[in-house]
Design a protein. Structure first.
Length: 386
C-alpha cells in the first residue's frame, strides 16, 4: 500500500469519527430536550385570572347631554327641544313666547362611562355616547359639558368633547347604504374625574378573594396554593367562591402582599364538559371535554315557501282607468322525510364535531337535536342556552 493510500484511509477514518461524535452530541441534546419537556410542570393560571379582591370593582356612571354640530341628522323630540331651551336660558338667552325651536343639528344623548377602583380626581375616562331620540347620525357632533352621576346620585365626572363614530352611511332617492352603527360613538379620555370613590382594601386582618365562578375544586386548590406559599392558616375557603386570606395591616405591606397573591400560579382541574347554545344566532360552542355516546336519531322538518309575483294591469289609451299593480302570492309546504342516523361513540371533540356535521342539519335544528341528545343521556356535557 502506497503512502498516498494510507493517508486517504486515515482521513476517511477521521471524518467518520467526527460524524459519529456529532451524531452523539445531537442525540444527547435531543434526549436532554425531551427530558426537559417531560419535566415541565403542568399548565397553571395566575390567581388574578381566577379571582378578584372583594371591594375592588368598576363603578358605572351615567349622564344625559346634548350633541351639537350635526349635519342635519339631529332628532326632533320634545325632550331635546326642552333641553336646548333650558341650556339657552342658563346662558341668558330667552326665546320669544310661542316660538317653535326646530334645530336639526342637535341630538339628545345618554353618556355612559366606567370608573375603575382607586381612580383619582383629575384622571380621564373614556365615554360612550348613544342617541336617545330619532337622530340619524352622531357623526361630526360635539358633546356639550355633561355631568356623570353614580348610583348614589352624586356627580363623579364631567364629560365633553368631539364624538368619534366609526361608521359611514348615506341615502338618496330611496336608496340607502350604511356601514356599522351611526347613532353611537365614543370620546377617548372624554370625561374628567371630579370625585374619587372610597375603596376599602380589605377589612381588618383579612382580604377576601372572590372566584369568578363558583367552583369548590378551584377554591380548594387556591387555598392549598396560598397556604403552601405563605404558610399554614393563611387562607380559608368560606364556600365555593369566597376565600378569606390573612394579610398585613400596613398599607404598603398589604399592597405588596396582594401583588404576590395575584402572581401566584394555581394548578386547576380540567374544565367540565359544556356546550353553549345561542338560540338567537344559532351559534354553538363546546369545549374539549364534551363526549358523545352511541345513539340513533331521526329529524325531519317542514319547509314553507311563499313566493309573490307582481303584474301590471294597463288600461287602453281610450279609457279613463289607471294602471295598477296586481300581486299574486303562492304558498308551498314541503315536508322533508325523516332519516334515522346512527352516531358512533366519540371521545374526542373532533369526533363529536364530525358526527354532528354528518347529519347535515341547520343550526336551529341542531339546537333541538342537542337538547334531545342531552335528555336521552347520549350527550355527556352540560347545556347552557343564552
Amino acid at each position: 500500500m502506497t503512502a498516498f493510500s494510507r493517508h486517504c484511509e486515515e482521513r476517511s477514518d477521521a471524518a467518520i469519527h467526527v460524524r459519529l461524535l456529532q451524531a452523539a452530541r445531537l442525540l444527547a441534546m435531543g434526549l436532554a430536550c425531551c427530558i426537559g419537556l417531560c419535566a415541565l410542570p403542568a399548565q397553571a393560571e395566575r390567581l388574578r385570572e381566577l379571582a378578584s379582591i372583594q371591594g375592588i370593582r368598576q363603578n358605572q356612571l351615567l349622564g344625559y347631554g346634548l350633541v351639537v354640530g350635526l349635519d342635519g341628522t339631529g332628532d326632533q323630540t320634545p325632550f331635546t327641544t326642552q333641553s336646548t331651551i333650558n341650556m339657552l336660558q342658563r346662558f341668558g338667552v330667552t326665546l320669544p313666547t310661542g316660538s317653535n325651536l326646530q334645530s336639526k343639528n342637535v341630538a339628545g344623548v345618554v353618556v355612559t362611562a366606567s370608573m375603575a377602583a382607586f381612580t383619582q380626581p383629575g384622571q380621564t375616562l373614556d365615554v360612550t355616547v348613544s342617541s336617545l331620540g330619532n337622530s340619524k347620525s352622531l357623526r361630526g357632533g360635539t358633546l356639550l359639558m355633561t355631568p356623570l352621576k353614580g348610583a348614589d346620585g352624586q356627580i363623579y365626572a364631567v364629560a365633553q368633547g368631539n364624538v368619534l363614530v366609526a361608521a359611514a352611511g348615506g341615502a338618496a332617492n330611496g336608496a340607502k347604504a350604511q356601514l356599522n352603527h351611526l347613532s353611537a360613538g365614543r370620546i377617548a379620555a372624554g370625561a374628567t374625574v371630579e370625585r374619587a370613590v372610597v375603596t376599602p382594601l380589605g377589612q381588618g386582618d383579612y382580604v377576601v378573594l372572590e372566584l369568578r365562578e363558583n367552583d369548590f375544586i378551584a377554591a380548594t386548590r387556591v387555598v392549598e396554593a396560598l397556604n403552601q406559599r405563605f404558610g399554614a392558616g393563611t387562607a380559608a375557603a368560606q364556600n365555593g367562591r369566597v376565600i378569606q386570606v390573612r394579610a398585613p395591616l400596613l398599607h404598603d405591606e398589604r399592597v405588596s402582599f396582594i401583588g404576590e397573591l395575584e402572581a401566584l400560579q394555581v394548578k386547576l382541574a380540567p374544565a367540565p364538559a359544556k356546550v353553549v347554545l345561542n338560540a338567537r344566532t344559532g351559534s354553538i360552542v363546546m369545549n374539549q371535554a364534551v363526549t358523545l355516546e352511541e345513539c340513533a336519531l331521526t329529524h325531519g322538518g317542514l319547509t314553507i315557501v311563499i313566493s309573490t309575483s307582481s303584474t301590471l294591469s294597463q288600461q287602453s289609451p281610450d279609457s279613463l282607468g289607471q294602471t295598477v299593480e296586481i300581486k299574486t302570492s303562492q304558498t308551498d309546504i314541503q315536508k322533508a322525510p325523516g332519516q334515522v342516523l346512527l352516531l358512533p361513540r366519540a371521545a374526542l371533540l373532533a369526533d363529536v364535531v364530525k358526527a354532528l356535521n354528518s347529519m347535515g342539519v341547520t343550526p336551529p335544528d341542531l339546537l333541538a337535536i342537542l337538547q334531545a341528545m342531552k335528555a336521552s343521556g347520549a350527550l355527556r356535557a352540560e347545556l347552557e342556552i343564552i
